[in-house]
Design a protein around this ligand. Structure first.
Ligand code: GDP
Ligand code: MG
Length: 163
């Protein structure tokens, strides 16, 4: 069975953009495994010669801000249970919100390898600001731009090394 990496985060931070960037056309909903529902979407990515499964915990429908925080916590718990590593995505262009903090704590209690992807860092200037998010308590903090495909390889290198 391939290792599984969960993408968690509050709505609108770019989880689906990252998921689609990574899985490309191989994106799929795998319906024949126990416990899989349509509120999560599964795909597969090959990197550095290794295939890994990804789950977008935001699901198939566009994320609804109104669902926070209960829904993202429910999803994060599922991610924690089934994943071998977790990427928490945050919007690097906004302040840290209380759901971000709560989610970070929940994930940190889970004991799985954790990575903070500070997304929407579209320029080098913005990338430097990613360090501000270290206050969330993650050892691994990576600025990325899912939309512009920046630093995605570095993120995958770090995650793959933990699998
Ligand atoms: P989700 O709700 O976490 O799945 O977030 P989405 O992937 O749906 O993205 C939410 C919004 O953020 C969309 O308008 C995206 O186009 C935008 N977005 C995602 N990634 C980036 C990025 O790297 N840079 C910028 N500027 N916008 C992004
Ligand atoms: Mg989404």
């Amino acid at each position: 069975r391939l290792p599984l990496v969960a993408i968690c985060g509050r709505p609108n931070v770019g989880k689906s953009t990252l998921f689609n960037r990574l899985t490309g056309t191989r994106r799929s909903i795998v319906g024949d495994e126990p416990g899989i529902t349509r509120d999560r979407i599964y795909g597969e990515v090959e990197w550095a010669g290794r295939n890994v499964r990804l789950v977008d915990t935001g699901g198939v429908v566009p994320d609804d801000e109104a669902l926070i925080p209960s829904e993202i916590f429910r999803q994060a718990k599922v991610g924690l249970e089934e994943a071998d590593a977790i990427i928490m995505v945050i919007d690097g262009r906004t302040e840290i919100t209380s759901p971000d903090i709560e989610l970070a704590r929940l994930l940190q209690r889970g004991g799985k390898p954790l990575f903070l992807a500070v997304n929407k860092m579209d320029t080098a200037q913005l990338e430097a600001g990613a360090e501000n998010f270290r206050t969330l308590g993650f050892k691994e903090v990576m600025p990325i731009s899912a939309e512009h495909n920046s630093n995605i390889g570095d993120l995958l290198d770090a995650v793959w090394a933990a699998l």
